[in-house]
Design a protein around this ligand. Structure first.
Ligand code: ADP
Ligand code: MG
Length: 242
C-alpha cells in the first residue's frame, strides 16, 4: 500500500513546552491509523502538527507533496481536514450554516450535492437543518462536526476523540458511519481515541504515544484480543494500567 501521509521528525511546541518530539508515522492510503496514549501524552499535538495548526518542525509529506511549510488552509485544500476534540461546531449557527462553512471553498452546486450526501449519511441531523447547533445532542453534534469536515471531500480525516462524552450506542453509530464513508470513498483516517475496544476493531494500525514520543506501533491484526493480551500490550507501550 502507498503511504498517503508520511511524518518524520515532527516536533510540536507550545512556547517553551514540547508537545511531542521525533514523531515518525505513516498512514497508508485508505487505512485507519490510531494513536493511543494517556492524557497529555501528545496525541492531539500530533494531529495539530499534521493539520498545520501548531508551531511545528519536521516533515509532513502528503500524497507525495511536501506540506511541511504549508499553512493550515493549504493543507485543507490538499485534503487534510481536522476535527478537533470537543467538536467545536459553531453553536449559534444552524446545522445547514455549519455545513456551508465546511464547504466554503466549493461552488454552490458541488456544495449542495455534498450536503445532500452527508445528510443521507447522518439522518439524525437531516431533519434538523434549520436548528441552531447548540440544540443538538452530543451525538448529533459529533455527526455534524464530522459531516462539516466531510463537506470538503478530504482524503485524510484527523479525528480527535470523537467518542468523548457520547453514550455507547452513539459511539457505535458514529463509528458505523465512519466505516460506511470509508468503504464508499476510500477515506483515510488518523484517529485519536480512548475507547480501546472500538479502536482495535476499527483500525488497521495502532501507534502508542507516551510522554511526547511514539513508543511503538503494531498492526491491529497482530494484536491478541484477549483481556490479558490487551493489558500486556498497553503496559508494554504505555507503561500504565489501562
Ligand atoms: N495549548 C497548549 N499550551 C501549552 N501546552 C500545551 C498545549 N496543548 C498541549 N500542551 C502540552 O503538550 C503536551 C501534550 O498535550 P496533548 O497533545 O494535548 O496530549 P493528549 O492529546 O495526548 O492528551 C502536554 O504536556 C500538554 O500539557
Ligand atoms: Mg488530546
Amino acid at each position: 500500500m502507498n503511504d498517503l501521509l508520511k511524518v518524520r521528525g515532527l516536533r510540536v511546541r507550545y512556547g517553551a513546552t514540547c508537545g511531542v518530539a521525533d514523531v515518525e508515522l505513516a498512514v497508508p492510503s485508505g487505512a485507519v491509523v490510531s494513536l493511543l496514549g494517556a492524557n497529555g501524552a501528545g496525541k492531539s499535538s500530533i494531529l495539530k502538527g499534521v493539520a498545520g495548526l501548531a508551531e511545528a518542525e519536521g516533515e509532513v509529506i502528503f500524497a507525495g507533496r511536501d506540506l511541511s511549510r504549508a499553512s493550515a488552509r493549504e493543507r485543507v485544500r490538499s485534503g487534510i481536514v481536522y476535527v478537533p476534540e470537543g467538536r467545536e461546531i459553531v453553536a449559534a449557527l444552524t446545522v445547514d450554516e455549519n455545513l456551508t462553512l465546511g464547504g466554503f471553498m466549493l461552488d454552490g452546486r458541488t456544495r449542495a450535492a455534498r450536503r445532500s450526501t452527508i445528510l443521507d449519511l447522518f439522518p439524525e441531523i437531516s431533519n434538523r437543518t434549520r436548528a441552531p447547533a447548540w440544540m443538538l445532542s452530543g451525538g448529533e453534534q459529533q455527526m455534524l462536526a464530522i459531516g462539516r469536515a466531510l463537506m470538503s471531500a478530504p482524503r485524510l480525516l484527523l479525528l480527535d476523540e470523537p467518542s468523548l462524552g457520547l453514550a455507547p450506542l452513539l459511539i457505535r453509530r458514529v463509528f458505523e458511519r465512519l466505516g460506511q464513508i470509508r468503504s464508499e470513498t476510500g477515506l483515510s483516517i488518523l484517529l485519536v481515541e480512548q475507547n480501546y475496544a472500538m479502536v482495535s476493531r476499527f483500525s488497521d494500525i495502532l501507534y502508542f504515544v507516551r510522554s511526547g514520543q511514539i513508543s511503538g506501533h503494531r498492526l491491529a491484526s497482530e494484536i491478541d484480543v484477549s483481556e490479558e493480551g490487551r493489558r500486556e500490550l498497553l503496559e508494554s507501550y504505555l507503561g500504565a494500567r489501562h
